[in-house]
Write a new protein. Structure first.
Length: 503
């Protein structure tokens, strides 16, 4: 393939340019104006605990994120707590995933396909969201990219040996890559066990390229080792399934997104002109895009679990397909415009950046998330007075105090019976409704921290009902502030109502 870039320099450039490009996009607006939303707040407050406290908590809640929490704990210990430490691992992970896409694309469809796919990954809206997210999903995407690259290298090695494509004799030197493959799949599963959907996606690739019996047996053996390693976590986390009980049942409108992604991927695959039995970008990318999306839909028919972040790693497949389509476009244009063909990929990426600018700016704004625990903490610090009581409805909104304890200095969390660390939970254990009521009646001022009106959902908890009932009966609102998805309301006891009054 003709290119003005010297062949000797294409090797490093093919992964270095997409990595640096992704890193630049990730560092752009990384702090999101120093905002942290509720999911990231969970990472923040757990990472600040000791290793023993984290392990104890995992026995009660969030075991599925245990490895990620331990990783972030180590980073917080070394680099300190902050939005950069919280989010930079995701930026680096997507940069690594972009490098994997570029190398795979180069191997299967040429230089421009690899470069285009690697550059395109970080521009995908879903990826832009989790590129700057203090959660494990970007790390899983990096692992999916690496495991796919390892599989492609193994399949390429087979096809390069005469007659080995059917027999599956990959040679003794292949076992380190198979081991690396199984290890990568296992680590991803320990970060999010739904990433095991990468295995049926890879199985579809093996079927597409008509892999030999030996390859199938090796893939099955090493894949089974990864599944076996993750199985204890899968089974144990099922006992904590109430954590995802808030996810709504699957509806038709929820499948619009996957349908659009599969349509785009299908169009790109047609441009690649795939052929059965041939290892190609389509044979790798299309299953990696489609199988996890369809697999999650199938799982969600049994138990509602449909959230796009659980299969973010499938965007690696979409980026690979986009790169293949760009590579095909370069090949089609070159006979007509031999000197301008090399500008097609940079031009397409540049146009995409401009077209997606509203999305890019939006993802980097605090409003892109449902709330901001930092902003509401600032309001509490401004409105609170020493000796005031503070309430959280629901109790999970206590994350504001856990991430910004200095803003709550001097305030009494009257509903809390055992703190999150002592109770080995995320939000602590609250007293029974009667005791909460009694504690509130002994206060003259109360700050209520809850969700803003536009994002609030009804709470059926008896404790929350007791909190709000006392406030309505005995207190008057004197100040109310709503900021970035959270709300702080200041209540003062009505004149003539004493602390000894009973209902």
């Amino acid at each position: 393939m003709h290119c003005h870039i010297p062949a000797a320099r294409r090797g490093p450039l093919i992964w270095l340019v997409p990595s640096l490009w992704t890193l630049a996009l990730g560092l752009w607006g990384l702090s999101r104006q120093d905002s942290v939303w509720r999911d990231e707040a969970a990472t923040w407050q757990v990472a600040g605990r000791s290793t023993g406290q984290i392990v104890e908590m995992l026995g009660n809640v969030d075991a599925v994120h245990g490895l990620y929490y331990l990783l972030m704990h180590g980073l917080f210990e070394v680099f300190g707590a902050g939005t950069t430490t919280l989010r930079l691992p995701s930026v680096l992970a997507v940069a690594a995933a972009a490098a994997c896409v570029a190398v795979i694309g180069r191997r299967l469809a040429g230089f421009w396909a690899g470069l285009g796919g690697g550059l395109a990954l970080a521009l995908l809206p879903a990826v832009q969201f989790y590129l700057q997210e203090g959660r494990p999903y970007a790390l899983v995407a990096a692992g999916a990219g690496l495991s796919t690259l390892l599989l492609v290298s193994l399949l390429s090695g087979v096809s390069e040996v005469s007659g080995a494509g059917r027999s599956g004799r990959t040679g003794r030197r292949a076992w380190p890559r198979w081991t690396a493959y199984a290890t990568t799949v296992l680590v991803c599963a320990l970060l999010n066990w739904l990433s095991l959907l990468v295995l049926p996606a890879h199985a579809a690739t093996l079927w597409w390229v008509r892999a030999g019996r030996g390859v199938w047996l090796r893939w099955a053996a090493y894949g089974a080792c990864a599944v076996a390693g993750a199985l204890p976590l899968v089974l144990f986390s099922r006992s904590q399934s109430d954590q995802v009980s808030w996810i709504p049942p699957l509806t038709w409108h929820m499948m619009i997104g996957p349908a659009l992604l599969l349509t785009v991927g299908g169009v790109c695959a047609l441009a690649d002109r795939p052929r059965a039995g041939r290892l190609s970008a389509t044979a790798v990318g299309l299953p990696l895009l489609a199988v996890p999306q369809l697999g999650l839909i199938g799982i969600s028919l049994v138990q509602p679990l449909f959230l796009d972040r659980y299969v973010l790693f499938s965007m690696v497949g979409l980026a690979l397909l986009i790169g293949a389509a760009l590579g095909a476009a370069v090949r089609a244009v070159r006979p007509l415009f031999p000197r301008g063909a090399g500008l097609l990929v940079p031009g397409a990426i540049g146009i995409s950046v401009l077209a997606l600018l509203p999305v890019e700016l939006g993802k980097r704004a605090p409003a892109s998330r449902v709330d901001d625990v930092m902003a509401v903490a600032g309001e509490v610090a401004r409105l609170g007075r020493p000796g005031d009581a503070v309430l959280f409805v629901p109790a999970a909104r206590r994350d504001t105090a856990l991430v910004s304890p200095q803003a709550f200095a001097g305030l009494a969390d009257v509903a809390l019976e055992r703190g999150p660390v002592a109770s080995a939970t995320l939000k602590g254990e609250e007293a029974d409704p009667a005791r909460i009521r009694e504690a509130l009646l002994g206060r003259s001022r109360v700050l209520l921290v809850t969700d803003a009106t536009k994002v609030a959902k009804p709470s059926g908890a008896a404790r929350d009902a007791a909190k709000t009932a006392v406030l309505k009966e005995r207190f008057t609102v004197v100040e109310d502030r709503q900021v970035r998805g959270r709300r702080v309301t200041v209540y003062e006891r009505r004149q003539g109502v004493s602390a000894k009054d009973t209902p």
